[in-house]
Design a protein around this ligand. Structure first.
Ligand code: SF4
Length: 322
């Protein structure tokens, strides 16, 4: 397989400013040294609780929030060395599907206008080619070309997310990042959108990153899964290995709380104490130690290394460090 995207120690630190001089008094360590890769044709899941940094990481990859450290390679090229023009082309190739289909579409624009917007920005597809492209995009996501003259409020939530997906496809991307692409939808509609994404991946030879707090969604969609906690990746594994043999106590707790289709295989629920600590002042050592049911003395002092246990399963936890 070919590596299409790779990050090394990716950081997104937001400065906290104070006073009339806007003096920086600290940072929100939203994404703090995250390294991963995406293979061509692969679907990679990024899971974790709200505030773990998964959405910020996705936004940083598509340029919607500034990267403050680390490196990103796209199709083998270091993005730091790219010119503005090259960066524009790259932005076309990596597109985001937003979480909320209700607020991510401009209510004053027709669907055709919404889909045309990115093409105008990148100055592609004009005249008849544009009209054909719009019709093609709508049909691809299961809508009719006639619906292109309607406004977002005339559509259901599921149809709006289809429009969001058509917008992401408008520039012919090779990588699509879905930020909680189905979490705002009814459960009955979620399966339709998941199936649509799987079909599009095949038909358009896409590589996908699915960001979600819902382990059931990533289980259906993803080949490999990263688990994030407080700005860091704490476990990475092929999906079958993660679901059958989770190593990190945090992953075990997440999975124990996830709905399962077969109640006989329900594991005992692991309840975590306390809330996720602030990303402004993350705990020393292992960031999970304030909530970990298996905490040891070393955990408060030393940060665990990300250890590869074989077969693509890696974990950052002192329980597994040799
Ligand atoms: Fe728990 Fe320690 Fe492992 Fe962190 S390193 S998950 S605190 S056992």
């Amino acid at each position: 397989m070919t590596e299409i995207l790779k990050t090394e120690k990716l950081q997104v630190h937001f400065p906290i400013r104070k006073g009339i001089t806007s003096r920086t008094v600290g940072y929100v360590y939203a994404v703090d040294g995250v390294s991963f890769h995406l293979e061509k044709g692969e679907t990679l899941g990024i899971v974790g609780e709200s505030g773990c940094g998964k959405t910020t990481a996705g936004m940083a990859l598509v340029g919607l929030t500034p990267v403050t450290g680390g490196r990103v390679w796209f199709e083998g090229r270091d993005m730091a060395g790219m010119s503005r023009r090259e960066m524009r082309v790259l932005r076309r190739k990596m597109q985001l599907i937003f979480q909320d289909p209700y607020s991510s579409l401009n209510p004053r624009m027709t669907v055709n206008r919404i889909l045309s917007d990115p093409m105008d920005v990148h100055r592609i597809y004009g005249g008849k080619e544009r009209r054909d492209r719009l019709a093609f995009l709508l049909e691809t996501v299961g809508l009719s070309p006639e619906q292109g003259e309607r406004y977002p409020h005339e559509f259901s939530g599921g149809q709006r997310q289809r429009i969001g997906i058509a917008r992401a496809l408008a520039l012919d991307p090779t990588v699509i990042i879905g930020d909680e692409p189905v979490s705002a939808l009814d459960v009955s509609i979620q399966a339709q959108i998941i199936n649509l994404l799987m079909d599009l991946k095949k038909d358009f030879d896409l590589s996908l990153i699915i960001i979600s707090h819902d382990l059931a969604v990533v289980e259906y969609l993803c080949d490999r899964i990263l688990v994030m906690y407080l700005g860091k990746i704490i476990e990475e594994a092929p999906y079958a290995s993660l679901y059958t043999n989770p190593k990190h106590p945090y992953t075990q707790a997440l999975l124990s709380a996830a709905p399962v289709s077969d109640p006989l295989h329900r594991k005992n629920r692991i309840l975590l104490e306390g809330d996720v600590p602030s990303p402004i002042n993350p705990p020393s050592g292992c960031r999970f130690h304030t909530r970990c049911p298996r905490k040891m003395e070393i955990c408060t002092e030393k940060e665990p290394v990300f250890y590869n246990m074989g077969d693509g399963h890696s974990v950052a936890c002192h329980l597994f460090t040799p």
